[in-house]
Write a protein that binds this ligand. Structure first.
Ligand SMILES: [Mg+2]
Ligand SMILES: [Zn+2]
Length: 190
């Protein structure tokens, strides 16, 4: 069984543009690639899990999202960082596009994306980590038994308390702590 790092996308590895809908708008956060490289060196499977309700809302298509993710993976690989899988939830119950406007099991804080990734990649969730910048990320991670890391970079105000195992200013800090011997299994709160 593998250990995984599940990464939220917007506000965690890229700048959080609301309903980012074109590849040109995508900007990596500083040190995202470096953090992912470190997680890979440490032996983690690295998986992106992102809510993309802009599809259900009719702001962009799945095809466009694939183009955005192609650019994301390209920018990361230019810096030597590889992602093992990308999962996204295109749904939103009150959307404008009927086929996506459902109450699904994958929109975080629901756990569908993490459970599917675990199934498809042989991941042991108990030894894995969910990293994200909103309560939905932390709730989803906690619900499947992952360690959870809240990125608090002030791109988005958190207006509800969440129980994360670790709070950091960016994912590079998370990588430094979690990939050091002393960081394994501890619950430091910064
Ligand atoms: Mg986010
Ligand atoms: Zn969904």
């Amino acid at each position: 069984m593998r250990r995984a790092v599940f990464l939220d996308r917007d506000g965690t590895i890229i700048h959080g543009v609301p309903y980012l809908s074109s590849p040109e708008e995508l900007v990596l956060l500083p040190n995202s690639a470096r953090a992912i490289r470190l997680f890979k060196e440490e032996g983690f499977t690295v998986v992106i899990a992102t809510n993309q309700s802009g599809i259900a809302r009719g702001y962009f298509t799945e095809q466009r999202l694939h183009e955005i993710h192609d650019r994301l993976l390209d920018l990361l690989s230019q810096e030597g960082a590889t992602i093992d899988a990308v999962y996204y939830c295109p749904h939103f119950p009150e959307g404008a596009v009927a086929e996506y406007s459902i109450e699904c099991q994958c929109r975080k804080p629901k756990t569908g994306m993490l459970l599917r990734a675990a199934r498809e990649h042989g991941i042991n969730l108990k030894s894995s980590i969910m990293i994200g910048d909103t309560p939905g990320d932390i709730l989803a991670g906690n619900a499947v038994g992952c360690k959870t890391v809240l990125v608090k970079n002030h791109e988005e105000e958190i207006d509800m308390p969440v129980e994360a195992d670790l709070v950091v200013k960016d994912i590079w800090r998370a990588a430094q702590i979690l990939c050091s011997r002393t960081g394994q299994g501890v619950r430091p709160v910064l």
